[in-house]
Design a protein around this ligand. Structure first.
Ligand SMILES: Cc1ncc(COP(=O)(O)O)c(C=O)c1O
Length: 365
């Protein structure tokens, strides 16, 4: 049994082969088609395909106007990419506390961390469960801040009837190998405003406006770049993998949600296990199934004795020297860090696997 599973559909293998045979593997028609399909199939707004979610986070901060000396409020319960993107703009990540019931950033803690230097908030949807977006966007509006949703775990998640990727000014997704939808490595930046989306397309390719810079007779495009751009675009090879895998996405997410339901109904009264809270107004896409457990190392060893893998996936990131060391008084973060553990949840698990996991946990550790 694996903890993660890279879903690669047979259709994606065919598309990748076709792309390789075509000889055109750089950014082209397929990237555009991939973006169109993301919009059509998942309801994402202006998704711009990139080479990773870290690039998407960085671009969102550039577009939000975050620069040297600004502060960006983020949770520590994330992967280092969230904090590093802030540093790339020479801004300072300020760590807010999380809600113990979800691992997501606490809106009340955000309020307390706002200063004159605050420019943006990055809300990470831990494991695919959406943050309190209404409250976060209200705080942002009141304080003139930009909201960036880090949806690296949350492709296919819903909040109050709307898909994640259609709500705040920016949302980023990851299509790295072990995510819901993989392009090998890749990501998308969804821009609520078309103007941001148009600019993102220019910035992802060195600051050159490809759509409006036709090649001249000399063999190079005519352009005159006026802003610092990056090499962040997706290529057609990755896009064909993504297009092929998109075919199966709703099925694989449904399977994850089905397994989550089974876990929730079976593990809700197990001594030493605390399930996370799932509100009725939102639907997780369950990249992870995280629980809180007492005596975590013993729990991990018990599962391992039955060949069941488990993982914390990411521990709090603020302890890293580059972020300035542990932020004091993040009480929920502290507890979450001690007790959180995720158990396998993906479409390659059989019903027998799921039952074995449940039985093993129920038998105690
Ligand atoms: C919360 C979060 N944000 C951002 C990233 C970065 O994603 P990528 O590897 O696509 O750059 C990750 C990677 O797992 C992540 O977990």
């Amino acid at each position: 049994m694996d903890f993660f599973h890279s879903h690669i559909s047979s259709y994606s293998i065919k598309l990748v082969k076709d792309t390789l045979k075509s000889g055109f593997i750089s950014e082209g028609k397929l990237v555009k088609r991939f973006e169109e399909e993301l919009e059509k199939k998942l309801g994402l707004i202006n998704p711009i395909a990139l080479n990773g979610a870290t690039s998407a986070l960085h671009l969102s901060l550039v577009l939000a106007g975050v620069s040297q000396g600004d502060e960006v409020i983020i949770p520590a319960q994330t992967f280092v990419a969230t904090g590093l993107a802030v540093l790339m703009q020479r801004a300072k990540p300020i760590f807010a506390d999380i809600l113990i019931d979800s691992g997501n950033i606490d809106p009340l803690s955000i309020k307390k961390k706002i200063t004159k230097k605050t420019k943006a908030i990055i809300a990470v949807h831990w494991g695919g469960y959406p943050c309190d977006l209404k409250e976060i966007n209200e705080i942002a509006k009141k304080n003139n801040l930009v909201v960036i949703e880090d949806g690296a775990h949350a492709l296919g998640a819903m909040y109050r009837g709307k898909p994640i990727g259609s709500i705040s000014r920016f949302t980023i997704f990851s299509f790295q190998a072990i995510k819901h939808l993989t392009t090998g490595d890749g990501g998308a930046l969804c821009c609520f405003n078309k103007k941001d989306g148009d600019n993102a397309k220019v910035l992802r390719w060195f600051g050159i406006d490809r759509a409006n810079s036709k090649p001249s007779i000399l063999g190079e495009r005519k352009y005159n770049i006026n802003q610092l751009g990056f090499k962040y675009h997706m290529n057609d090879l990755a896009a064909s993998l993504g297009l092929g895998n998109l075919e199966d996405l709703s099925k694989t997410i449904k399977r994850r949600q089905e397994i989550a339901l089974r876990y929730r109904s079976s593990l809700n009264r197990v001594p030493g296990v605390k399930l996370l809270d799932y509100k009725d107004d939102r639907q997780s896409s369950f990249w992870l199934f995280t629980i809180l457990v007492k005596k975590r190392n013993k729990f991990i060893k018990k599962l391992l004795s039955k060949n069941i893998p488990s993982s914390v996936v990411h521990l709090r990131i603020d302890h890293n020297k580059i972020f300035g060391g542990l932020t004091p008084n993040l009480f929920n973060q502290e507890r979450f860090n001690q007790e959180q553990i995720s158990i396998p949840i993906h479409d390659a698990l059989t019903d027998q696997d799921v039952e074995l996991i449940i039985k093993t946990i129920k038998s105690g550790w």
